[in-house]
Design a protein around this ligand. Structure first.
Ligand code: SAH
Length: 363
């Protein structure tokens, strides 16, 4: 039993069962025992490896994309360059290093990192100590200054809480987390009011699960509204699907393997796949233009991953070259991150976006 499990069982005994969304928020963000508050999740010795930690090429290519978007906007100065959930700060460091080819970009960028974890903020401060540009930390997107905005996020939306609804014989029920007689956590159901998603229109099979993330939708809607009004673009990368769709995607990951979601609250990462269909709708409703979803492999290859890889490996020893090839496979392989991970781009109406709007775009 983890300390957070004990804390949550006590809370449930007083207040009754909690939604899966409340449970997820506590697992990741509880100020005392939340996963991101206490653990070092990233890398081989951590629990999982993210794309910026696989290779510097990931952040560099996102940097190139961001610079092209900035130029298409007419190179506004200043502008807000924001990242949501920057982890160790690796992506931003690689992005800014790649951006040195256009010093005006770095000079115009007001870097803002949206991060709730104090220990990861420290980590980001160390990583970004020598980028030569001041960095500001924000607790949420509402703290971002106004003006033109370029915003990126990798594996951020999968950490935002989801509600789960289960189709019962007589309608939808919301999945809840309660406490059993032995003091452990257990799943239960309570009747849910009203239809919960667009999949509701087709008669769903009994037992079907639908996930919604009002928290993720609200963040995308707020960013999209700003971008439509003040100008800018956003690039959101995550593993996910284009809903509405059925499926229970809640997963707990620890030491590169899966745990049951209720097994070790606070000690495992807890995520859900991102419904990019729902996020696209939120962005569109808020006035931003949304591009068709692209796979991570398509995005990176069209941004020039293969060329960058051979440039990096040229003249290097065999071991270095093999490491670079392995990174390309990890980022783009269909059984690795290439297809499960998707790239969603939003922009002010009329803005041309590299890769999404070029002659070779599509799919
Ligand atoms: N982008 C990084 C890290 C992904 S992990 C990478 O690709 O390596 C998720 C990140 O989001 C962590 O930095 C975590 O602390 C942060 N995070 C999670 N929930 C958050 C929230 N509600 N608001 C801000 N940051 C959050």
């Amino acid at each position: 039993m983890t300390p957070l499990a004990e804390k949550l069982v006590a809370r449930i005994r007083t207040n009754g069962p909690m939604t899966v969304a409340e449970y997820m928020a506590a697992c990741l963000g509880d100020p005392e025992y939340g996963y991101y508050m206490r653990r070092e999740p990233f890398g081989r010795d951590g629990d999982f490896v993210t794309a910026p930690e696989v290779s510097q090429m990931f952040g560099e290519l996102i940097g190139a994309w961001t610079m092209l978007a900035w130029e298409a906007m007419g190179a506004p100065s200043p502008f807000v360059l924001a990242e949501l959930g920057p982890g160790r700060g690796t992506l931003m460091a690689d992005l800014l290093r790649a951006a040195r080819v256009r010093p005006a970009f770095g000079a115009a960028a007001r870097i803002h990192l949206v991060e709730t974890s104090p220990r990861l903020r420290d980590r980001q401060r160390t990583t970004l100590a020598d980028v030569g540009t001041p960095v500001t930390w924000c607790q949420g997107i509402d703290d971002l200054p106004s003006g033109a905005l370029l915003v990126i996020a990798n594996e951020f939306f999968d950490a935002l809480p989801v509600h789960q609804f289960v189709r019962a014989a007589d309608g939808w029920a919301e999945r809840m987390v309660g406490a059993d007689d032995d003091g452990g956590l257990t799943f239960g159901l309570r009747p849910a009011d009203g239809p919960v998603s667009a999949v509701d229109s087709a008669p769903p099979p009994e037992g079907a699960v639908v996930e919604t993330s009002p928290a993720a939708s609200a963040i995308v809607a707020a960013l999209a509204g700003r971008i439509a009004r003040d100008g800018g673009a956003g690039l959101f990368i995550d593993y996910g699907y284009e809903g509405p769709a059925f499926g229970d995607t809640l997963q707990a990951v620890r030491q590169h393997g899966y745990d049951a979601p209720l097994a070790v609250p606070g000690d495992a990462d807890l995520t859900a796949h991102v419904d990019f269909g729902a996020l696209s709708e939120s962005a569109r409703d808020a006035g931003a233009a949304v591009r068709p979803l692209m796979t991570q492999a398509a995005f990176l290859l069209r941004m020039g991953l293969a060329e960058r890889a051979s440039q990096l490996g040229r003249g290097k020893d065999r071991k270095t070259q093999e490491t670079i090839t392995a990174a390309v496979n990890r980022l783009c392989g269909p059984d690795e991150m290439g297809t499960l991970f998707k790239v969603m781009a939003i922009a002010q109406p009329g803005l041309a976006l590299a890769v999404f709007d070029g002659d070779d775009s599509g799919g």
